[in-house]
Design a protein around this ligand. Structure first.
Ligand SMILES: Cc1cc2nc3c(=O)[nH]c(=O)nc-3n(C[C@H](O)[C@H](O)[C@H](O)COP(=O)(O)O)c2cc1C
Length: 244
């Protein structure tokens, strides 16, 4: 195994960081690594907002409720950003930028950049945690950051010096995810899921923090029991994205 793959295989989300801030060289290295990610047609339809201001972090914490939003070494916010393109000289057909397709482009570009940032940070010995919880109130998330039209805040990425090393969380078995040449029907995947349910139950029972008794199936059925964040769709449309 080479070092890159070792870094990838060693990933676990870190939810407790020390107060030590990242220095400017680390931040720049992480963001420039993010920028090296592939991007659809080189459009770079995303922006990254670095949050070092503790007051701003507190405001974001009030939205998310997750402590690692306010206690970390640095916080990055990833946005789908069609605004920069819309402002360019010669862009006349704004409706092209306002399509579902272009919103997907923005979210993919931002996600690829974010994952590059993760790998860069982890390779430097830092820990990370994504923060979708900032979409608990996407309008407030947007307003705190004063984002213009055609920019949608997607998620945060807390980075810092780990103050905990949780166990690595198991993933679905390889054959449940990787389908060769044709999609494997659910009934043929089912036993891999049952296998994973047992793996996750054992993992939750034995891990070094936040023990519980739950299978993956139970966790997912709980998660999808009631609709959540149904305001996201109308919010995105209000930013003039994902319109048609
Ligand atoms: C887009 C995205 C949003 C996430 N949002 C949160 C979050 O708001 N809070 C949190 O504690 N973890 C969050 N996570 C972390 C996931 O819960 C975590 O990656 C998953 O449980 C797998 O665990 P692992 O990263 O330790 O392997 C998020 C992950 C992703 C990819």
């Amino acid at each position: 195994m080479n070092q890159v793959i070792e870094t990838l295989m060693n990933h676990r989300s870190i939810r407790k960081f020390s107060d030590k801030p990242l220095n400017n060289v680390q931040i720049r290295t992480i963001v420039e690594s993010a920028q090296r990610a592939s991007t659809s047609s080189n459009v770079m339809a995303y922006s990254i907002i670095g949050v070092s201001d503790q007051v701003l972090k507190e405001k974001l914490y009030a939205i998310s409720g997750h402590k690692h939003v306010k206690k970390n070494g640095h916080l990055l916010i990833f946005c789908a950003d069609l605004h920069r393109l819309e402002q360019l000289d010669g862009i006349e057909h704004t409706e092209n930028l306002e399509s579902t397709e272009q919103f997907i482009v923005g979210t993919i570009d931002a996600s690829l950049a974010a994952q590059n940032a993760v790998v860069a940070a982890e390779s430097l010995g830092l820990g990370i945690c994504f923060l979708g919880s900032l979409r608990n109130d996407i309008q407030a998330f947007n307003d705190v950051l004063e984002l213009p039209d055609h920019v949608v805040p997607l998620f945060g990425l807390a980075i810092g010096y780990p103050a905990e090393i949780p166990d690595i969380k198991p993933r679905l078995p390889f054959p449940a995810i990787y389908h060769e040449n044709q999609y494997i029907p659910f009934d043929k995947q089912k036993h891999f899921i049952q296998e994973y349910d047992q793996t996750m139950k054992d993992y939750y029972e034995s891990r070094n923090s936040n023990n519980k008794q739950e299978t993956w199936t139970e966790q997912m059925s709980q998660k999808y029991k009631k609709p959540t964040r149904m305001d996201v769709g109308p919010f995105v449309k209000s930013k003039n994205l994902n319109k048609q």
